[in-house]
Design a protein around this ligand. Structure first.
Ligand SMILES: [Zn+2]
Length: 189
């Protein structure tokens, strides 16, 4: 059984993420790699050259522990608690689903919450949202077969659904280092 509500219901709390120096360095290093790659292409992508095409994106996931409650900032070690795992070890293209294509992000919080399934078997599991700074780099779109495209060289991310006004509703980041968590939004049970 799964509770398939489309949104958060009520927000329990919002936490600011304090990234380690090393995580920040890796993120900036990744930006530089994307910029260098872009500078070697015949077709110029001004945003890639400027800042690696940085965007603010949402990643829907789940949390199991009481992170942030009573001012506690210690991360738990439960393998069901995706928020703590991501904050501890970073994103993983393997764990963050989609058949290993990439880390799934959305342009709206609603779509991010919709993408998360919470199963009744784990009574303390609830939806959470990680607001991330993302180096989107060169975006491949439109998308026909994501599994074929993932193997193609030269792109840093893949657009899933593209909305009206061509904003990218769904974006898969091919490299987990392209994401830097900034805030965590935790929903009430
Ligand atoms: Zn936890």
């Amino acid at each position: 059984m799964s509770k398939n509500d489309n949104n958060c219901g009520r927000i329990e709390r919002i936490l600011k993420v304090h990234n380690m120096q090393q995580t920040l360095a890796q993120f900036e290093e990744h930006r530089e790699i994307v910029k260098i790659k872009a500078s070697k292409l015949a077709k110029k992508h001004p945003r890639c050259l400027a800042d690696g095409n940085e965007l603010l994106r949402f990643h829907g996931t789940t949390v199991e522990c009481s992170l942030g409650m009573n001012g506690s900032s210690s991360l738990c070690t439960s393998d069901k608690c995706s928020v703590c795992r991501i904050l501890r070890h970073g994103f993983s293209t393997k764990k963050e689903i989609n058949g290993g294509v990439g880390v799934f992000t959305t342009s709206t919080s609603g779509r991010a919450f919709e993408s998360v399934e919470v199963y009744d078997d784990y009574p303390f599991l609830r939806k959470a949202l990680i607001v991330c700074r993302v180096i989107a780099g060169r975006v491949h779109r439109p998308l026909e077969n994501i599994h074929e495209m993932a193997g193609q060289a030269g792109f840093d991310s893949l657009a899933g659904k593209v909305g009206v006004y061509s904003n990218i509703e769904e974006l898969y980041l091919l490299n987990p280092r392209a994401l830097l968590p900034c805030f965590v939004v935790i929903c009430k049970l």
